[in-house]
Design a protein around this ligand. Structure first.
Ligand code: CA
Length: 233
């Protein structure tokens, strides 16, 4: 993880400082911005490997920054949202954020999410030497656990880490129906408890990438009144 650069865009200095401290301890290079304009500039010009993005910022808000960054870059973005900003979380995912973390968050959770998101891009385009193949096949879908990649008929799909984790979780227990609450707790973790719309938004985005016709899904199926399950098309 060393030499990986994280950009923190957060106007509350005490929060930014404690993240900075913890990430440096983990060996990351860290850059900080305390307002939206500076944040966007560093996001586009500083080539970070991951961006931690606050929502409420002076100058330009986190959603606007997320949208602008996504026009040109696939860098992982984790949004930092306040507990009362329920709607905001969903909007962040809609705009292409990879993940969000609710304040106040634990540093271990944050560092774990950062590492998982970066590990995924580390495999992009460079095969790790000596890593044994770890691919699960479901009909024309291949889920590659080493590369954090899903291939459909051999073609890689561009999934976010959460989309990948959700698909992998459902596929492993093919045909088993999970409630939104179960998925939230097992795929996202306890900190997300209560935000079940997060599951719906992620399923919708996953279907758009995975299905031939997302309005007539063949892989991620809805069990009306209960939740979701996977089947091979
Ligand atoms: Ca703020």
């Amino acid at each position: 993880m060393s030499d990986r650069k994280v950009l923190i865009i957060e106007d509350e200095k005490p929060i930014s400082d404690i993240i900075l401290f913890n990430l440096k301890k983990e060996g990351f290079a860290v850059e900080t911005a305390y307002d939206g304009i500076d944040g966007l500039e560093k996001a586009l010009g500083g080539h970070p490997d991951l961006i931690l993005l606050d929502v409420m910022l002076p100058g330009m808000d986190g959603f606007e920054i997320c949208k602008k960054v996504r026009e040109t870059s696939k860098v992982p973005i984790i949004m930092l949202t306040a507990k009362e900003e329920e709607v905001d979380k969903v909007l962040g995912l809609e705009l292409g954020a990879d993940d969000y973390i609710t304040k106040p968050f634990g540093m271990r959770e944050l560092v774990a999410r950062i590492k998982a998101n970066i590990r995924r891009i580390d495999f992009d385009g460079n095969e790790k030497d000596g890593a044994p193949e770890n691919v699960q096949e479901y009909g024309n879908l291949a889920i590659d656990m080493n590369r954090y990649e899903v291939r459909k008929n051999g073609e890689p799909l561009e999934l976010t880490l959460r989309e990948f984790e959700l698909l992998h979780y459902l596929a492993e227990k093919e045909s088993k129906v999970f409630s939104r609450e179960q998925l939230l707790s097992d795929v996202w973790g306890y900190e997300y408890f209560g935000d079940i719309r997060t599951v719906d938004v992620t399923v919708r985005r996953l279907r758009e990438k995975l299905e031939d016709d997302s309005s007539d899904p063949k892989y991620i199926m809805t069990k009306r009144g209960i939740g979701y399950y996977f089947r091979r098309a």
